[in-house]
Ligand binder design. Structure first.
Ligand code: XMP
Length: 515
């Protein structure tokens, strides 16, 4: 029985829906996404202290526009409708929604009629909010009270007279609404009277207890990659079950400089975890010999990884469970976020994913968490900052950064150049401001002058991007003098590189990796 207070969010398809859940959790209340047509009975099982109706791309008068169970407004807990969520609620409760004369996108001024109580309490009377809508609520009828307006939207915030329903036409969850956090806090604490006990410390306790319950005295295998998710997973499992855990780290010969040593020293020496390091580099590099086509490389690496992992796992006696670092966004993307449905693991191009036929029962203690929560958890579990804040690294490793044929010579040059780039970025305090920073080696040579002689060596491409979702990305505006220093160091220190270029392609049309 779930007794943790929650604020479920009915997901009408807004691009910001995950952000709403994160904001609510940051404010100290557990939040999860549910289907928009969830029944009131199902909602009740989640111990809601309030409900949020998200925004969405539909128009409430489109045929087939998603609707919610009208009984939600009699559930006995407060409801906050955001954008589409406010419109659908207004429609159900007898308001009049029409296409707005002026579509409103972007920042706009909000005038608050009454900032003395409930949703907008404590906000300045004039403030900025982020709008993104076409329709708006036109006429409220006697059952509603207007709370705020913008120059083109007279009913930008409202409440019901007798039911605990509140609506905002703008988006309090985005950072472009500077007082959005206070609005969400007001909803949670002044209106829902939430206890606010959700915090990462209690997540550790709950996860530890849940893992122990699931696993009993069984043995768990965990594939460790050195990335954030699997590292936090391993640290959490270790706390929960100690020596019932065995971690497997596959050295595929495509790792960055010192990567294997870092994993060994962190997990074996510091955490004292039973860590099996399998050196399969010769196997991988032999299988990749002569292969230049990116998809072909991925397939070879993915298949070999499963083979190697499988044979190692088979040698661990009594292992019944396999731990996976599935996160909440993976669960949402696979369409199974919604209360009560079974787990479905997203096996996208991630080589870390293992097929079900391995026959293990899955342990997934991170599946309710967002990435930033996983990082927080990692810090609380005592993982070093360089692991917790690490940029993502693709499963196929340097294979997608060594363009053309993969040779040990090119990999060696790439490792050195990549390390220099990272060293300088970290020294300049730019690492935390960029999302992914790395070097790639190109399958061409270029002429250079070295001392008195002419050189004809490899070309390194530097890539650094800014993004929060990795679906779109912009290239990082790294200061010229930093790029100059990196370029000088690479050409001088890495024998075999004669050129360095900086990639200024955004995504789209580019991708982050070079492949
Ligand atoms: P792209 O290159 O598609 O990358 O813009 C988006 C993000 O995904 C990572 N990536 C991968 N991660 N296995 C992974 O685990 C892969 O095969 C893979 N390919 C790309 C990439 O590093 C970036 O963070």
């Amino acid at each position: 029985m779930n007794t943790q207070q929650t604020v479920p969010i009915l997901d009408f398809g807004s691009q910001y829906v995950q952000l709403i859940a994160r904001r609510v959790r940051e404010a100290g209340v557990y939040s999860l996404l549910v289907r928009p047509d969830i029944s009131v009975e199902e909602l009740r099982k989640l111990s809601p202290v309030g409900v949020i109706l998200s925004g969405g791309p539909s128009s409430v008068y489109d045929a087939g526009a998603p609707r919610c169970d009208p009984k939600i407004f009699d559930l006995g807990v407060p409801v906050l409708g955001i954008c589409y969520g406010m419109q659908i609620a207004a429609q159900i409760l007898g308001g009049d929604v029409r296409p707005g004369e002026a579509r409103e996108y972007g920042r706009t001024r909000l005038h608050i009629a009454d900032n003395s109580r409930d949703l907008l309490a404590g906000l300045p009377q004039e403030t900025t909010v982020w709008m993104s809508h076409g329709d708006q609520v036109k006429a409220l009828g006697p059952d509603f009270l207007p709370l705020a307006s913008t120059p083109t939207c007279p009913l930008a915030a409202m409440r019901h007279v007798s039911k605990p329903f509140f609506g905002v036409q703008f988006h309090p969850e985005v950072t472009h609404t500077p007082h959005g956090r206070e609005i969400i806090d007001n909803f949670l604490y002044k209106i829902c009277h939430a206890a606010g006990t959700w915090q990462m410390g209690s997540v550790i306790e709950q996860s530890v207890a849940a893992v122990r319950r699931q696993v009993g005295d069984g043995h768990v295998i965990c594939g460790l990659s050195g990335g954030v998710d699997s590292s936090v997973l391993a640290a959490l499992l270790h706390k929960a079950i100690g020596n019932q855990l065995t971690c497997i780290f596959v050295d595929n010969g495509l790792l960055r400089k010192n990567e294997r040593q870092t994993v060994e020293s962190t997990f074996r020496d510091h955490f004292n975890i039973d860590l099996r390091v399998i050196d399969a580099s010769t196997q991988f590099l032999t299988a990749l010999r002569g292969v230049t086509e990116p998809q072909e490389k991925r397939k070879i690496i993915g298949k070999l990884f499963i083979d190697v992992f499988k044979s190692q796992a088979a040698s661990i006696q009594d292992a019944r469970f396999l731990a996976q670092g599935t996160l909440y966004p993976d669960v949402i993307e696979s369409g199974h976020s919604h209360a009560g449905t079974a787990a479905n693991i997203k096996l996208h191009h991630n080589v870390g994913g293992l097929p079900a036929e391995l026959g293990f029962e899955l342990v997934e203690p991170l599946r309710d968490l967002f990435k930033d929560e996983v990082r927080k958890l990692g810090e609380l579990l005592g993982l070093p900052a360089h692991i917790v804040w690490r940029h993502p690294f693709p499963g196929p490793g340097l294979a997608v950064r060594c363009i053309g044929e993969i040779t040990t010579e090119k990999l060696e040059l790439l490792r050195e150049a990549d390390e220099i780039f990272l060293e300088e970025i970290i020294a300049e305090n730019l690492y935390r401001n960029t999302a992914q920073t790395f070097a790639a080696i190109l399958p061409i040579r270029a002429v250079g002058v070295m001392g008195d002689g002419r050189s004809y060596h490899h070309v390194i491409a530097l890539r650094s991007v800014d993004t929060s979702d990795f679906m779109t990305a912009d290239w990082s505006r790294i200061p010229y003098d930093v790029l100059a220093r990196v370029s000088n160091r690479i050409v001088n220190e890495v024998r075999g590189i004669s050129r360095v270029v900086y990639d200024i392609t955004s995504k789209p049309p580019g991708t982050i990796e070079w492949e």
